[in-house]
Design a protein around this ligand. Structure first.
Ligand code: PMP
Length: 453
């Protein structure tokens, strides 16, 4: 591996082999349960990417509450993965489970709205500023639908994204810059269209590349996370978004902020917290407190254009929406989440604790003299194997080291701490305590000691 992480590959291999054996010995019930269900599942798991944890066999969950995950062998682990953000407000938050219990006997889905829909939209408007809302069941779908609406509304075909982004399983987005050339990601399965015809990709924080890509006047929208969070973390440089928004609008394009992860910044997401005015916002994952829910909001102007496009189209399938979208249970979950969890008081606590975590990680990394950095976005933070924070997707990719990541994740798991299997992301939920943070820091210190001694 060309990139300098400060850790020898030999050490990484040794730790991985010790931890692999340790995991196998400590989790006999997970092993048995995984083997049994593997007889009936593709790849042995209900979703194939659950194998990305890289454990010798998949860990099986008995129950999850607050910040605690209990596996079927009875180990209690502190969970900083939190379902990769789906459980950012804690596992089974009381307000949401109460709302679900109440709604459960009153109808789950009817393909009709009820008393929660208007309230949820109003609460979303108060938080995010957008005035017109629609729903979906996943952030992937919300992004797909937004893209369709905006292409229809503007009559423009092209999508512009930042290199190294992820916005869910939205086909159009899987185009990377490889040696400066737009290249369809070859991991994408079953794609028969040439996505580079209608997807343009530039580096994050590169205003002149953005301007050049918008110049032809055929870009419907820029779809972006306000902070890149899926390739490690990449922060916008000061003033980047203010200038980018001016450029995007000057070229008649729309800006869609995907706040699915950056909702960690506060109750109105990163854009609201930083006074950035987008044309659309996408939310998913934790919006229903762990229930499958997503929403997207438009400005009044964009909503009017989208409504006009639908009215102008012949009657029939729009390609937007699914049968269970905005079902009664989902609306109840979102109402409870917005009312009780997506509040300034809840976020203040999470942010305080995540700052403690990020500061602690920096101290541990410094103690072991590793050239790594830590970036925090509200309740979310990330350590990366580079001395200074990357400025774009290419730099962030260069700082990744799959073998090192895997060794650290597995060693932490064996020490009672769960972090996200993809890159090095950690989330703090309202139930995460200072002691939980301390547990992670102690485990992290131990693991780095083994890697560097
Ligand atoms: N947008 C962003 C920014 C994401 O990080 C993700 C998932 N990691 C998605 C959208 C898609 O979410 P889902 O898988 O729940 O559809």
């Amino acid at each position: 591996h060309a990139h300098f992480t400060g850790v020898s590959p030999q050490r990484v291999r040794e730790l991985t082999s010790i931890e692999t054996e340790r995991y196998a010995l400590a989790n006999p019930s997970s092993r048995a349960m995984a083997a049994e269900s593997a007889q009936h599942l593709m790849f042995g798991v209900p979703l194939h990417w659950m194998n990305d944890w890289g454990t010798p066999f998949p860990l099986q969950v008995a129950q999850a509450r607050g910040a605690t995950l209990v596996d079927v062998d009875g180990h209690e682990r502190v969970d900083f993965c939190l379902g990769d953000t789906g459980a950012m407000f804690g596992h089974s938050p009381a307000a949401v489970t109460a709302a679900l219990r109440a709604q459960a006997g009153l109808g789950l889905t009817a393909m009709l709205g009820g008393p929660d829909a208007g309230t949820v939209a109003l609460l979303l408007t108060e938080r995010f500023g957008m005035t017109r809302w629609q729903f979906a069941m996943t952030a992937s779908d919300a992004n797909r639908f937004v893209l369709r609406w905006i292409r229809a509304a503007t009559g423009r075909p092209v999508l512009l994204v930042f290199n190294g982004c992820y916005h869910g399983t939205v086909d159009d987005v899987f185009v990377d810059l490889v040696d400066g050339r737009p290249t369809q990601r070859d991991s994408l399965l079953g794609q028969v269209q040439d996505l580079t015809r209608t997807t343009r990709v530039v580096e994050f924080n590169d205003l002149s590349a953005l301007e050049a890509a918008l110049a032809p006047g055929d870009v419907a929208c820029v779809l972006a996370e306000p902070v890149m969070t899926n390739i490690g973390m990449v922060l916008p440089e000061p003033g980047f978004w203010e200038r980018a928004i001016e450029i995007i609008h000057r070229h008649g394009s729309q800006l869609v902020m995907d706040e699915t992860h950056t909702i960690s910044s506060g109750p109105g997401g990163y854009a609201r917290a930083h006074g950035l005015a987008a044309d659309a916002v996408v939310l998913g994952k934790p919006l229903g407190g762990g229930m499958p829910c997503a929403a997207y909001g438009f400005t009044e102007a964009l909503a009017a254009q989208a409504e006009a496009a639908k009215r102008a189209a012949p009657p029939g399938h729009s390609g937007v929406g699914t049968t269970l979208t905005a079902n009664l249970l989902a609306m109840a979950a979102m109402r409870a989440t917005l009312t009780h969890l997506m509040t300034p008081a809840v976020f203040d606590e999470m942010h305080r604790r995540c700052t403690r975590l990020a500061d602690g990680l920096r101290r541990v990394i410094a103690r072991h003299r590793l050239p790594w950095c830590v970036t925090q976005v509200g309740a979310r933070c990330e350590f990366q194997f580079c001395a200074s924070p990357p400025r774009n997707g290419t730099e962030a990719t260069a700082a990744m080291d799959a073998a090192l990541e895997h060794a650290i994740h597995l060693a932490l798991l064996n020490r009672g701490v769960v972090i996200t299997p993809f890159h090095n992301m950690m989330l703090v939920c309202p139930d995460t305590t200072d002691d939980d943070v301390e547990s992670l820091l102690i485990a992290f210190d131990g693991v780095l000691g083994q890697l560097t001694d």
